[in-house]
Design a protein. Structure first.
Length: 386
């Protein structure tokens, strides 16, 4: 069913969400070129056709001590976003990750719709909040204000459907990346990835440790290090790299793809990047360190045994995890050299295969776009009949 002049509002708050959002926009365009896209997103979503209300990087903040200094600005942006949504009055509101921001926006929008007796705006959240890891009560909470939840991981829907929320595992958009796995591991040059994350706080806490590990590795075996990052982080990263350490920093996406293809090892922060490494079957170590206050709170809140996504998906240790006080150069170095590369590559391959969309002939983004379009049409019919 074709739609005319349908407006879609999409909000993403992090680099991983920007990638998901860009693929979703392209999939929606495949279904109907008349859609117009408004919201908040990064370079990828804007390149795909989104008009962003303000720079997405303002929302890429993590941790209690990191957020507190920015609270006034964040709440100002929430108010601005709600006003813009009500002005645009889209046919659907889609939020991706960053629930601290996006869920507040949805709830305020719905409150204003009720207060002003405005036409209903259905809401979809893409990438479920990790209730399986911490704050399980959020599953019941989000069921009260969302119309549909799109999950990236196959084990997530039951956490939400039991509270009456329509929830669908659509697969992970990372499975749409067309890559060729190079299995000539033994003949690869020593090319090691340094992946400290995409947040300023992660650069602050993790990069100096990762570079110290790289120095230890380079002392014992000559190798080349690669650090793909975002353009706005490059100026923060370059001054931290020792002059005698061969680290190539890149912000080019094509160059990043080539680097991943030839890498034979990685040291990475926890996050979606571990799935990219799993897709490329790159043996790696996960290390993470947050501020002391954030870590104190998370230690008491997190319920899952693991932090690394490959470990969570497999429900066992595949990738070494070195967190907080264990996140030290010596420990990471020892874990990196203790990896059984062959067995880890095999396990990563098996884990990654669970992330594919289960709908025949559809990619993850295409399935998500189909669900969203069905929701738009459903509510359009309801409004017409009233």
């Amino acid at each position: 069913m074709n739609t005319v002049n349908k407006k879609i509002y999409i909000i993403a708050g992090e680099a991983s969400g920007d990638q998901i959002g860009a693929k979703l926009i392209m999939a929606l365009k495949e279904r109907d070129l008349s859609y117009t896209f408004h919201g908040i997103g990064g370079d990828k979503m804007q390149s795909a056709g989104l008009t962003s209300l303000f720079p997405m990087k303002e929302l890429s903040i993590m941790g209690l001590t990191e957020i507190v200094p920015h609270l006034r600005r964040i709440f100002k942006r929430i108010k601005q976003t709600v006003s813009h949504i009500l002005k645009v009055h889209p046919d659907v509101l889609i939020t991706i990750d960053s629930p601290g921001f996006t869920h507040r926006v949805i709830k305020r929008v719905k409150k204003q719709i009720t207060k002003r007796n405005l036409p209903y705006i259905p809401s979809v959240h893409y990438a479920a909040p990790p209730v399986w890891a911490w704050r399980p009560w959020r599953a019941k909470s989000v069921a009260k204000f969302l119309d549909h939840l799109l999950c990236l991981y196959p084990f997530e829907p039951p956490y939400f459907t039991k509270h009456g929320l329509k929830t669908t595992f659509v697969g992970h958009p990372i499975t749409e990346n067309n890559i060729t796995i190079d299995n000539s591991w033994d003949t690869k040059e020593n090319s090691i990835l340094i992946l400290p994350g995409s947040r300023t706080s992660e650069i602050k806490f993790l990069l100096p440790i990762f570079l110290e590990v790289a120095q230890k590795i380079h002392t014992h075996q000559k190798c080349q290090f690669f650090l793909p990052t975002l353009p706005h982080l490059k100026e923060k990263i370059i001054p931290l790299i020792p002059q005698d350490l061969p680290v190539q920093v890149t912000t080019d996406l094509l160059e990043k793809d080539n680097i991943f293809k030839k890498a034979n090892g990685a040291i990475a922060a926890s996050g979606t990047v571990s799935l990219e490494l799993a897709q490329h079957q790159i043996p790696h170590v996960i290390a993470y360190k947050a501020s002391p206050i954030t870590a104190f709170l998370l230690k008491r809140l997190i319920k899952t045994r693991f932090l690394a996504l490959p470990n969570i998906l497999a429900n066992k240790y595949i990738v070494p995890e070195l967190l907080q006080e264990d996140c030290r150069a010596k420990n990471i170095y020892e874990a990196f050299h203790g990896i059984d590369s062959k067995s880890q590559r095999k396990a990563l391959k098996e884990v990654f295969e669970t992330l594919y969309c289960k709908q025949k002939n559809l990619t993850s983004s295409q399935y998500a776009a189909q669900i969203i379009e069905d929701l738009i049409n459903e509510h359009s019919c309801k409004n017409t009949s009233q």
